[in-house]
Ligand binder design. Structure first.
Ligand SMILES: [Ca+2]
Ligand SMILES: [Ca+2]
Ligand SMILES: [Ca+2]
Length: 133
């Protein structure tokens, strides 16, 4: 969708992923598909940026462990916590960074070939992005 929007002239649209802090140690290679040969559910390297949320209240770029127990002081990262994020939430911001809305992709399959009640989800998302442009 990102590449489609770019090709259609919506060159200032940005889409990025923010990995949950609680998934810090999970393998991310299939998510970003940096090695398509190693992953069965992706065919080509993905172009969207993928960043990692942290619990980093002191802002030093390292997750907080003030009590030195080797465990994070808070279970959720700062972005996921402050935005009350659930896994697979897709959050829409306008070009000024204002929150517009969100939907959850677990129950809203964005696959353009999706059938049944998911038919059209891809276009719904794309049209929402274009309406915010
Ligand atoms: Ca925090
Ligand atoms: Ca820190
Ligand atoms: Ca700790």
């Amino acid at each position: 969708m990102y590449l489609e929007l770019q090709a259609e002239g919506y060159t200032e649209v940005n889409i990025m992923g923010i990995n949950g802090f609680q998934y810090l140690d999970n393998d991310y290679h299939c998510m970003v598909c940096d090695d398509p040969q190693a992953c069965s559910n992706c065919d080509e390297i993905r172009v969207l940026p993928w960043v990692q949320d942290l619990d980093d209240d002191d802002g030093d770029g390292i997750w907080d462990d003030e009590d030195n127990d080797g465990e994070p002081d808070e279970p959720y990262g700062d972005v996921w916590e402050s935005w009350d994020i659930n896994l697979r939430d897709l959050v829409f911001l306008d070009r000024d960074g204002n929150y517009i809305t969100r939907l959850n992709l677990t129950s809203f399959n964005p696959d353009p070939t999706a059938l049944g009640e998911c038919t059209g989800n891809y276009d719904t998302i794309k049209n929402l992005i274009i309406s915010l442009y």
